[in-house]
Design a protein around this ligand. Structure first.
Ligand code: PMV
Length: 320
């Protein structure tokens, strides 16, 4: 029976930004993320006697838009011995492709909906591996709270695990939607280009240390250490893009203005940090008590910009 499966997006505090194997989506580094309650994708899969069809937010997608979904589903079908045509229905409660990591929830939900429909018994570790093949960051969305994707060196050893599914930390994320257009450079091509930066390997060498420092910050409930390190790690990733050959950046003028505003707020004693993914939008890490003031300041500087406040979200959920 086809059931709807819900997966929440996650935002990396230690970023995945480079593939060791593109086909299997094996990463060059381990990463760590926070799953968010505010952004999610609901997906169902079922057989059809007609052609494959992919509906996103109620609209049938053309073959180009559906291609990534069905090439992924073909891999899953080949692995488990199915050869059906399928209807996939997804409703995305995330602005698509604007650096808010919609692919993490999309492929986590798709992997789980596929297994649910065919009654394939997989544990969360295996589900994480299956989601990873659709989109790397999706392997972390199988879990709620904080999750770690250990890079591994093979299909069997590269998957995410739950670091803490119910964190008590006072950590909130403000997603500032400076720009909700589709991103210009896909994460796949960005990751490839980034490896030409002279700083790529030095960054890679820091990965284990940064990951361990982040795990320690979480275990010690140390918001300051978490925020400082998340900001540093994001800036390292974007510095690599700026020093790739040819160089590129996801930043837009408003991204820099938003960074400056976070710095100003901090100077005023309002503790907050930022992280930025493969898009121009900024996500602010803060404590709940400061969120209202930060939102007000951003709205006044950025002409009533849309800001969504998020807290920890759950892992994969099967809806009735
Ligand atoms: O797995 P993808 O294609 O969604 O790439 C994710 C890349 C970043 O969001 C920038 C970093 C990360 O670890 O999520």
């Amino acid at each position: 029976m086809s059931k709807i499966v819900r997966a929440h997006t996650n935002i990396a505090l230690i970023k995945y930004w480079g593939k060791a194997n593109a086909e299997l989506r094996l990463p060059l580094m381990s990463s760590l993320s926070m799953t968010l309650d505010a952004f999610y994708t609901d997906t169902s899969v079922e057989k059809t006697n007609d052609e494959n069809a992919f509906y996103l937010n109620g609209q049938k997608q053309d073959s180009k838009q559906s291609q990534r979904v069905f090439s992924y589903l073909t891999k899953l079908q080949n692995k488990f011995g199915y050869h059906d045509n399928l209807i996939v229905k997804s409703v995305n409660h995330v602005p698509t492709s604007a650096g808010l990591a919609s692919s993490s929830s999309a492929f986590a939900a798709l992997a789980a909906a596929f297994c649910q429909y065919y009654n394939i018994q997989v544990d969360k570790k295996e589900l994480s591996r299956l989601a990873r093949i659709g989109s790397g960051s999706a392997c972390r969305s199988i879990f709620g709270g904080f999750s770690v994707w250990q890079k591994g060196d093979s299909d069997a050893s590269s998957y995410a695990y739950a670091l803490d599914e119910h964190p008590q930390m006072d950590l909130h994320l403000l997603a500032v939607e400076l720009n909700t257009n589709q991103k210009k450079i896909s994460s796949t091509s960005g990751m490839k280009e980034a490896q030409s930066s002279p700083f790529f390997n030095p960054w890679l060498e820091r990965n284990e240390t940064e990951l361990n420092q982040m795990i320690a910050a979480i275990k010690n409930d140390d918001f300051t250490a978490l925020g400082e390190l998340a900001e540093l790690n994001a800036n390292e990733m974007h510095a690599i893009n700026l020093t790739a050959q040819p160089e590129f950046t996801y930043f837009e003028p408003n991204t820099i203005r938003a960074i400056k505003l976070v710095e100003d707020l901090r100077k005023e004693g309002i503790e907050c940090y930022y992280t930025i993914d493969a898009g121009p939008n900024i996500k602010i890490l803060c404590r709940l008590k400061n969120s209202k003031e930060i939102i007000e300041r951003f709205k006044s500087v950025f002409n009533n910009v849309n800001i969504v406040i998020a807290n920890f979200g759950p892992g994969i959920t099967y809806l009735d």
